[in-house]
Design a protein around this ligand. Structure first.
Ligand code: NI
Length: 169
């Protein structure tokens, strides 16, 4: 297993649209193990493959307090979204230190493959529903700051670029 580098906003690689996974094989299982390790190490509750520069439809999530309930979603598709929406404060491992409000559906149903390639259906609400919608956006090349006003987004972009310049010195 290995910790993978996480792309930082506004890296243009975060804008790539992920392709469906063709086969859940040993290569994919190794990648999933690395993604989980990377997410736990970064103390995140979700990570999309896009964020580690792999452009395939894979998400790992763990919203449990004990950090022992990993959820793997391969080729996830939303089959239902609640009409009701609400505003949540979100953050993202690719936009460190930034938290802001985004409107999401209260509940979603998702169909996906698990780490063994078995199809399953998940009914999610609360934090899990928010997390699934946030991570699925990543697979479409969308980072949560895209929902904010252009003014806020530009401010965040400048801040992130400055941070990355300082880190690379
Ligand atoms: Ni994110």
């Amino acid at each position: 297993m290995a910790i993978l580098p996480i792309l930082c906003y506004p890296d243009p690689k975060l804008l790539k649209v992920a392709k469906p996974v063709a086969a859940v094989d040993a290569r994919l299982q190794a990648l999933i193990a690395d993604m989980l390790e990377t997410m736990y190490e970064a103390k995140g509750i979700g990570l999309a493959a896009t964020q580690v520069d792999v452009h395939e439809r894979i998400i790992v999530i763990d919203i449990s307090e004990e950090r022992d309930q990993p959820l793997v979603l391969i080729n996830p598709e939303l089959t239902w979204r609640s009409e009701a929406t609400h505003l949540n404060e979100e953050g993202c491992l690719s936009v460190p230190g930034i938290y802001d409000d985004v409107v999401r559906h209260d509940a979603v149903h998702v169909q996906a493959l698990d780490a063994k390639g078995q199809s399953y259906r998940l009914e999610a609400d609360g934090l899990l529903a928010v997390c699934i919608q946030h991570e699925m956006d990543h697979l479409l090349g969308k980072v949560f700051v895209e929902y904010l006003s252009p003014l806020k987004r530009n401010r965040i972009k400048t801040k992130m670029q400055k941070l990355q310049r300082e880190e690379s010195r």
